[in-house]
Design a binder for this molecule. Structure first.
Ligand code: UDP
Length: 237
């Protein structure tokens, strides 16, 4: 497959068309941003790590019956994916209170939530990705009722699969963000990435943060944390 024009450049990835209209190539960057682009930096090696971590986790999900966009890892930072139209929603799943939830609801970070919390944000950088509920999604026609049902079911199943996979590796899945896409025939599949950029991962015993919060909050050892996640997933912990 041949790489063609760049279709899009986001904060952490570029997307290219290919000679096959059903296939795109994503290229993961080392650039990091936080607080809706206000904080910018570089995490050396992040692109290659997130490419591997995301493909590894999506491979696991595929085996468990979740359709994903991954077609084939091409090299260190590039992967061929199914071409989709992204549903303009960020699905956030939370097991432990942290980040914006802790702040919004006055909860102590680290509080284990008695039941899973599922939130939607409208993907609109110019508005700062506002929190929306299902009636907003319906009124703004961001997804159909059946698409939303599918997205919620997949998201909760993904939480169960990933949580159970990560726990024996000493990683607590605190919260994470998912994005879904629609293929040309209207099928909903998991798209975007699952990586330390989009998940909160805490060490189970020390509660050390092994994710992008190290960058957001200037905690240091950012690269070490990304490498630690990769090595635990690949069995080298
Ligand atoms: N998240 C993300 N992209 C976003 C917003 C959030 O990947 O644009 C992830 C984030 O890494 C965390 C989860 O979603 O794992 C919940 O994030 P939160 O709402 O707490 O926002 P934050 O504190 O990151 O601003």
């Amino acid at each position: 497959m041949e790489k063609r024009v760049q279709l899009y450049e986001g904060k952490a990835k570029k997307v290219y068309a290919t000679d096959d209209k059903n296939i795109y190539i994503v290229s993961y960057k080392d650039d990091a941003t936080a607080f809706n682009g206000l904080k910018k930096g570089t995490i050396v090696g992040k692109g290659a790590i997130n490419n591997k971590v995301s493909n590894h986790l999506m491979g696991l999900l595929e085996k468990e019956g979740i359709p994903t966009h991954v077609v084939q890892e091409l090299n260190d930072r590039e992967t061929a994916v199914k071409a989709v139209t992204i549903v303009p929603l960020e699905v956030i799943i939370r097991n432990i209170a942290a980040g914006s939830l802790a702040k919004r609801l006055g909860l102590e970070e680290g509080l284990k939530l008695p039941s899973t919390v599922l939130e939607f944000c409208y993907k609109r950088d110019d508005l700062g990705d506002p929190l929306v509920n299902e009636s907003h999604i319906k009124a703004l026609n961001l997804a159909s009722e059946s698409e939303l049902l599918q997205i919620k079911a997949y998201s909760l199943k993904i939480n169960t699969i990933l949580g159970a996979y990560l726990l024996p590796l000493g990683i607590e899945l605190v919260d994470f963000k998912l994005e879904f896409g629609k293929t040309a025939d209207g099928t909903i599949i998991l798209a975007d990435e699952i990586s330390p950029d989009t998940c909160r991962f805490w060490d189970t015993s020390t509660h050390e943060k092994l994710d992008k919060d190290r960058f957001r909050r200037d905690l240091g050892k950012v690269e070490d944390a990304y490498n630690e996640i990769l090595s635990r997933l690949m069995g080298g912990a």
